[in-house]
Design a protein around this ligand. Structure first.
Ligand SMILES: Cc1cc2nc3c(=O)[nH]c(=O)nc-3n(C[C@H](O)[C@H](O)[C@H](O)COP(=O)(O)O)c2cc1C
Length: 189
């Protein structure tokens, strides 16, 4: 299985990429192939029109479309900004629809405060439904992110480490189940 992990934070001094790298390593250890999509490096313009409808689609959007199509399941990592997910992530998601069709999508919320981006992650699950995808019921929340990792960017907070393990277990289980179903009964193109 191939998993795309989107980092939805491009802020200077950002913290959200740390949990994305942790998940990347943990999923690789399970033998999965990971495509780490860092929106800081993608440079998507503000949306003018969607993939398939834009007469001159920006090449960065086409490349990201190809990467998402290639993924069997997706993880969205978002910081909590003013009680929601990041604008940069929403701008990216709005380009796409078919890329998410019937895929399992996990949400990861990151915050400086104690609530771990629960608003961001929960609201993102609603968006995933509108993309025709299956939001993983288990959310991974990373509270007090500035103290959760050491200088080597290793996750050191025990509670978040256990939460990440459960998130990975549940994500792998559901993504595998959907994948097996698609192998038995391929989706109509
Ligand atoms: C515009 C903005 C709004 C923010 N709003 C919240 C918030 O509503 N709740 C919260 O716990 N943290 C908030 N934060 C702090 C972020 O959660 C913090 O930056 C955290 O490290 C995750 O985001 P990062 O990837 O940008 O570092 C906000 C940060 C920014 C830049």
């Amino acid at each position: 299985m191939k998993i795309a992990i989107l980092i939805g934070s491009i802020r200077q001094g950002r913290q959200s990429h740390k949990i994305a790298h942790h998940l990347q390593q943990a999923l690789q250890q399970r033998g999965l192939t990971i495509d780490l999509v860092d929106l800081a490096g993608v440079q998507l313009p503000l949306l003018e029109e969607r993939v398939g409808k834009h007469p001159q689609l920006p090449h960065t959007a086409q490349e990201l479309s190809n990467r998402l199509h290639a993924a069997d399941a997706i993880i969205l990592v978002t910081p909590e900004y003013h009680g929601s997910f990041s604008g940069v992530l929403k701008n990216a998601l709005d380009y796409f629809y078919a890329e998410f069709n019937k895929k399992v999508v996990g949400t990861v919320g990151v915050s400086a405060g104690k609530f771990g981006g629960i608003n961001a992650a929960s609201q993102l699950q609603q968006v995933i439904l509108s993309l025709g995808a299956f939001p993983l019921p288990t959310k991974l929340l990373v509270p007090e992110v500035y103290g959760a990792f050491n200088e080597g960017h290793e996750l050191t907070n025990e509670h978040t480490t256990r939460s990440a393990q459960k998130f990975i277990d549940d994500f792998y289980w559901l993504a595998s189940a959907v994948q097996e179903k698609k192998q038995l009964q391929p989706l109509a193109v």
